[in-house]
Design a protein around this ligand. Structure first.
Ligand code: 5GP
Ligand code: ZN
Length: 114
């Protein structure tokens, strides 16, 4: 828990958010500024600042984030047509919130990465 981190404050319940899924390790919320009809964020409860800070002992956690995103793609009804998982890491990738999170995007054609 980092008291200056917006996602830690959402996880602790201090800031209200639309929680779609939660378990002991991760939670999923709807992005406040959606870029697609489905735009969820899947985040670990632990405050890990970025993808680059994931240690060798946390491989299982990364796998779990992806697995939860895949399951949510099904429950959101976007699995068949296709979806995108994105992790922005660092400044030039446009990471704004320094708490590891995976974007699940779908519900419209997403175009090529540019
Ligand atoms: P990043 O640019 O760090 O990869 O993504 C951060 C994402 O968090 C953005 O898509 C932004 O809209 C979302 N976001 C920022 N603040 C909040 C918030 O308070 N609640 C929710 N649900 N999403 C947020
Ligand atoms: Zn945090």
């Amino acid at each position: 828990m980092n008291k200056d981190c917006i996602f830690c404050r959402i996880i602790s319940g201090e800031i209200q958010s639309d929680i779609i899924y939660q378990d002991e390790e991760v939670i999923a919320i709807r992005d406040i500024n959606p870029q697609a009809p489905t735009h969820l964020l899947v985040l670990p409860r632990a405050h890990i600042p970025s993808l680059a800070d994931v240690g060798a002992d946390q491989e299982q956690l990364l796998g779990h984030l992806v697995h939860v995103a895949n399951e949510l793609a099904k429950s959101e009804g976007i699995a068949e047509k296709g979806y995108r998982l994105v992790i922005n890491c660092g400044l030039e990738a446009g990471q704004e919130v320094p708490h590891l999170h995976l974007h699940l995007l779908g519900g419209r054609p997403l175009g090529k990465l540019g």
